[in-house]
Each structure stands twice: as C-alpha cells, then as structure tokens.
Design a protein around this ligand. Structure first.
Ligand SMILES: [Zn+2]
Length: 302
C-alpha cells in the first residue's frame, strides 16, 4: 500500500506539437543543441560532429566500428534466459525478455564475436543497453565466459565493451554469480598470458564495474561515460557529503587512477589495434603492466 494517496489528477503533459520533419531524420545533440542529420551521425560513429558528445552505440554498430572490413563470426547467438525464478515485478520477467528481443532482434544483452582488429584475430563481447538496460544475467555471463574460453586455446586476445546498468535483479543470485564466473575465466586468460582490454562506455555500473569491466590489462573508457558502482545519490546519502564535480565520469576516474585511457570513439579501433600489437607482436610471453609492477620491486626514491 502506498503511504500517500493522490487526490487530484496529476498535471497532464502538454500535447506534442506535430512536426513537419519526418520522425527520426534529425537528432538534437543533448550537449550542444546542434541538429544533426541521422545519416551524418551514423557516419561519425554516433559522435556529435560539433562538440564530440558520444551518443550511445548499439552492440552491432560497436562491432562494425571495431572489426576490420566490418566482418565477424558471431557465437552463441541462440542462448536465452529461462526465467529461473519466475520473477515478476511491475510485469513478468518473461515479458521484459520478449520486449528486449523485439527491440533489439537479440535474445540477450551481449553479442560475442570473433574477427580481426588491425589484423589480429580477437574475441570481442559487446553489451547491448537496449536489452533490459544491458543488465548481466545468466546468459550474458555465460556468453562472455565462453568468449574468453574460446580465446584461450585459439591464442586470441579478448576485448569486452561494457554498457550496463549492472547485474540483472530478475535473476537474483544467479546473476551475481556471473561476476565470479567471468572473473575466473579472465584469470585463466591471464595465466595463459593473453591480454584483455576492457572498454567502458556510458553507462558502466553495478556488478559489471565490480567485476570484468575493471579487470582489463588496459581499461579504456569513452569520454564522459558514467562509470561507477552505486549511483551518486546513494553515495551522497551514505557518506552525507556533496560529491565533487564530474564524479564518476571517465575524466575524473582517469585523474584518480581508476582508468588507463580515455579515448574518443573515432580513435577507439586504432587505439585497441595498437594495444593488441603491443601485447601480441612480441615473441616473448606477454606480461601485463600490473603483473610487471607486481613482479619487480618498486624503484626506490632518492
Ligand atoms: Zn553536440
């Protein structure tokens, strides 16, 4: 039962004025207000040509932006959630799954594929925010784990592009278990001396941040992406302090040592390609920067 009952009717929203411009032709940049032709925006990898605001990118467009010749082989596309808890909140979970599938043409919130990035065969997982907020349930965890396990015998590096609200509450503890499962697979990848590059995009939060998104040998983020565990409001209420400007955004996290790079999406493929060559071209076994730091004594400061 609600605590308060509204007696009066809520104020109605003003009726939308009809526009003569066909819907979906132009997009207004939320940052600078520039009207951008949809085709131009797509050609610019969904980055505002005027102010470089990064619009959210779908998983398929993401793969297109990363793989050479826009070619890849998709894996495990047929995996779907079974609604193990028969979960119902404001509507049944099965209905949410159906709506997500209808909106995206996918069965869950990640696409896993292998293809070449700058000539290097790579196992890539790209998350899809339009599917229940890119939340990580059993299927997402399993598909990403398989993408990592596929890479190990094939001696391929792994790239995971995160875009997620966190664990999928409709699958309860089963979704939380994916954090450990994916992290364990990444540990095996590391033991096999294969690199993992984590790409954090807006938003990367909750259980995804708390597991694989932050475990990259190199953690790369897109500009101004929201990256955090709990939301700023929850933190403010907990610590009873006002949070600083730009808190939980890529640039702030880079300045505080949580990220290695902040890279414009238009430079992302070239940057990842360079990193992969750095790790993979050398005949000697790959050692991640963190492993090197752990193995070697810190230089003494005089
Ligand atoms: Zn703009």
């Amino acid at each position: 039962m609600a605590w308060f009952k509204r007696d009066r009717k809520p104020i109605a929203a003003p009726a939308e004025k009809s526009s003569r411009v066909p819907e979906g032709t132009w997009v207004k940049c939320p940052e600078c207000g520039q009207a951008i032709f949809n085709k131009d925006l797509a050609a610019n990898l969904h980055v505002c040509p005027k102010c470089a605001y990064h619009f959210r990118l779908g998983s398929i467009d993401r793969l297109r932006s990363l793989f050479d010749d826009e070619e890849w082989v998709e894996h495990d596309a047929g995996l779907r959630s079974t609604d193990p808890l028969s979960f119902i909140d404001t509507k049944p979970y099965t209905q949410r799954l159906k709506a997500g599938a209808k909106a995206t043409g996918m069965l869950d919130a990640v696409v896993c594929a292998t293809g070449r990035i700058d000539g290097i065969e790579t196992s890539v997982a790209a998350m899809e925010y339009s599917f229940i907020g890119g939340s990580m349930g059993v299927v997402v965890g399993e598909k990403i784990t398989r993408a990592i396990e596929r890479a190990i015998p094939a001696r391929q590096p792994v790239v995971i592009v995160s875009c997620s609200g966190g664990a999928r509450m409709m699958e309860g503890i089963l979704s939380l278990m994916q954090m450990a499962k994916v992290s364990a697979a990444l540990a095996r990848l590391s033991q096999a001396r294969l690199p993992y590059i984590s790409v954090l995009t807006d938003p990367t939060t909750g259980g995804v941040t708390a597991s694989y998104a932050m475990l990259g040998d190199v953690n790369v983020a897109e500009p101004k992406a929201l990256i955090g565990f709990a939301g700023p409001r929850v933190i403010e209420q907990t610590i009873r302090q006002t949070l600083p400007e730009g808190f939980q955004r890529s640039e702030f996290l880079l300045a505080h040592g949580m990220l290695d790079l902040v890279v414009d999406r238009r430079e992302m493929k070239a940057t990842i390609g360079r990193l992969l060559h750095l790790f993979m071209d050398d005949a000697t076994p790959v050692r991640a920067a963190s492993a090197v730091a752990a193995a070697e004594p810190a230089p003494s400061v005089v």
